[in-house]
Design a protein around this ligand. Structure first.
Ligand code: THU
Length: 133
């Protein structure tokens, strides 16, 4: 799976998205790009707020765009900082990505390509809600 991913394209898409970030408070723009199982590229950028805690990470806006664009599952993911360097998704965003992962989802990390399961082991997911009212 990882070998079929165009990581250059994902990096470029994430960097382009980073250019749209609204980060006047942290001055830390972030961009994210995902390749869907059916071959689409979906992107997001962080959107901060004067009420700091309400800030949306780049992954949040990406997931919103994914759902609004018809949904689907993420096969590969790439996140960058303001310099275009690989950025690890924060813990909350790992959970957001986990919800929409395709089987075997991979992401670029500061230590190379890893699976979603490696960066969020023993995750809580939709399957744990099965059977609850
Ligand atoms: N940020 C993201 O967009 N994604 C992450 O995974 C880590 C942090 C943003 C949130 C905030 O706007 C800025 O980076 C500094 O924390």
């Amino acid at each position: 799976m990882a070998s079929e991913v165009d990581w250059e394209l994902l990096a470029r898409s994430a960097t382009e998205a980073m250019g749209r970030a609204y980060a006047p408070y942290s001055s830390f723009p972030v961009g994210a790009a995902a390749l869907t199982e059916d071959g689409r590229i979906v992107t997001g950028c962080n959107v901060e707020n004067a009420s700091y805690g309400l800030t949306l990470c780049a992954e949040c806006t990406l997931i919103g765009a994914l759902q609004m664009g018809g949904g689907g599952r993420i096969a590969a993911f790439y996140c960058v900082d303001g310099a275009g360097a690989v950025l690890m998704p924060c813990g909350r965003c790992r959970q957001l990505l986990y919800e929409f992962r395709a089987p075997g989802m991979v992401l670029m990390t500061t230590a190379g390509v890893k699976t979603m399961d490696q960066v969020l082991p023993d995750a809580f997911g939709p399957e744990h809600l099965e059977g609850t009212p």
